[in-house]
Design a protein around this ligand. Sequence first.
Ligand code: TYC
Length: 101
Amino acid sequence: MPDTVIKPSAKAKPRVERPKLYKVVLVNDDFTPREFVVRVLKAEFRMSEDQAAKVMMTAHQRGVCVVAVFTRDVAETKATRATDAGRAKGYPLLFTTEPEE
Ligand code: TYC
């Protein structure tokens, strides 16, 4: 047994904050080929052909579609990489991020 026991003077409040989450949003345009959008969704967001096709068609028909939700850093990195993949081919493909409510 130790001779001296140090008692904390104040109660430590266990604060575990959940990190804020950000949506990656796919934005429709009139120029990027559908198959290319699907390819980018599969490569960058690890989606199956089926999932990617559904997300692409939702954006195509409604204007936008939420792709996935991540911490801020991951969401921004993925949105930038996916947008750059389109830009590299001369397409206006756009992924944006926005905080979840
Ligand atoms: N609208 C495009 C076309 O008809 C396909 C497309 C779908 C582009 C979704 C972008 O986010 C998008 N070729």
